[in-house]
Design a protein around this ligand. Sequence first.
Ligand code: URA
Length: 176
Amino acid sequence: MELDLHCTRCRLSERRIQVVPPSGDMRSQVVFVGEGPGEKEDQMGAPFIGRAGKMLDRLLREEGLERDRIMITNTVKCRPPENRRPLPEEMCACFPYLEQELASRRLIVAMGRTASENLLGRGVKVGMEANTFASIEILGQQKEVLLTYHPSACLYNLKAREGLRASIRLVRERFF
Ligand code: URA
């Protein structure tokens, strides 16, 4: 389903400033998926531009993968109030949009527990499963998912930072 910038499929629409669409290369083979827009993203209308986004930018830059060459999106496209985790019904309402974004990719990078659990449909312990692959079906096609840490976790946790860095390196080596 094409993203509706006036979407009212769930209650996140009541308090958002705007729907936050994906950014980057819409034709990239690789998509990075986060949780949901934060305050800055809600204000500016683009994903990963606040503190977590700066961390993601830094790791991409250090590993030589240009942000413009990947697609970046979120599990839900509207900011959850007080940056709480999106509720199952909110992720469910937003899934048709996400599915459309994932449909033409070769690799999905699930950053953090929310994106990983939403995509795999099961509980995920990122600390145990980071930098492993899973396979999911999107609109009748098998897709590879790389599980990894969320950039917010990397702000204070060195293990997470090196884990996300390793994922980015792997993506660059295999796809760019
Ligand atoms: N910004 C985003 O766009 N997504 C997140 O998951 C966190 C911050």
